[in-house]
Ligand binder design. Structure first.
Ligand code: NAD
Length: 251
């Protein structure tokens, strides 16, 4: 059964990695998918992959830190599909962010990290809100990280921004509940994506001894939580953060 039939979903950073997995999974559940990414070639390729499976997809070149771009996402989505039901705030700076002491983080990199994770999520939520409000219904899913709970040596800006995503989720949920809009968060553990592979010398050496389920996460392991939080099954859940990490961090 398609759980998202006739819905439209916007996935930021949907061109590759986890965002691509979310795009595919929501499309397979019947949603029309807008892939909003800086990397247009990859976004177009992902859209083609979806179309080959008979799904509707719209790739858009956007920088989520630009308000004109995020307004454009909402406008183009309405023109193409006539409604906005789901927003997944997934875009983030992950690829090639090297581990470094906090004293070595360039201020420009700190600012860009905050901007993509936090300003990007804020602007995208602001852009889709009018359409969701009109229907008195909507689902906003923000992607944080297990590291927001555990900390991570050498990624202070990334982890701080992901902590902000959890607080953003809670405050926005408190404000938007009155409009029937659910705002929730998924915090994946370390997951095997091309970007994650740039953060470690050898992903196969990742220590899973502290993971109760004893293996590294794959993008397919994270999609179920996003489908659930996009679907009617989660209609009375808002402001929550679901940690999807094989049980490493329990809360
Ligand atoms: P990724 O780098 O492959 O994906 C990020 C996507 O966001 C890319 O397609 C990139 O082009 C896009 N993007 C970056 N800046 C953008 C901007 N300004 N505007 C629009 N698009 C932009 O990384 P990933 O591993 O697939 O991670 C996806 C999400 O999952 C991120 O939010 C990340 O923090 C989170 N996450 C990943 C892991 C992991 O281990 N892979 C763990 C926890 C959380």
């Amino acid at each position: 059964m398609e759980r998202l039939k006739n819905k439209t979903a916007i996935i930021t950073g949907g061109a590759r990695g986890l965002g691509k997995a979310f795009s595919l999974a929501l499309a397979e559940q019947g949603a029309k998918v807008v892939i909003a990414d800086l990397m247009h070639e990859e976004a177009m390729k992902t859209a083609r992959d979806l179309e080959e499976k008979g799904c509707a997809a719209l790739p858009l070149r956007v920088d989520v830190t630009s308000e004109s771009d995020t307004m454009m996402i909402a406008k183009e989505t309405m023109e193409a599909f006539g409604r906005i039901d789901i927003l997944v705030n997934n875009a983030a700076m992950v690829y090639g962010v090297g581990r470094k002491s906090f004293t070595e983080i360039p201020v420009t990199e700190w600012d860009r990290m905050m901007s993509v994770s936090l300003k990007g999520s804020f602007l995208c939520a602001k852009a889709v809100f009018p359409e969701m409000k009109k229907r008195n219904r909507g689902k906003i899913i923000n992607i944080s990280s297990e590291t927001a709970f555990t900390g991570s040596n050498g990624f202070l800006h990334y982890v701080t921004s992901k902590g902000g995503v959890i607080s953003f989720t809670r405050s926005l949920a408190a404000e938007l509940g009155q409009y029937g809009i659910c705002v929730n968060c998924v915090a994946p553990g370390f997951t095997d994506t091309e970007a994650a592979r740039t953060l470690t010398d050898d992903i196969n050496k990742y220590d899973v001894s502290l993971t109760p389920l004893r293996r590294l996460g794959l993008p397919e392991d994270i999609v179920g939580s996003v489908i659930f939080l996009s679907s009617n099954d989660s209609d009375f859940i808002t402001g929550q953060t679901l940690v999807v990490d094989g049980g490493r961090y329990m809360h």
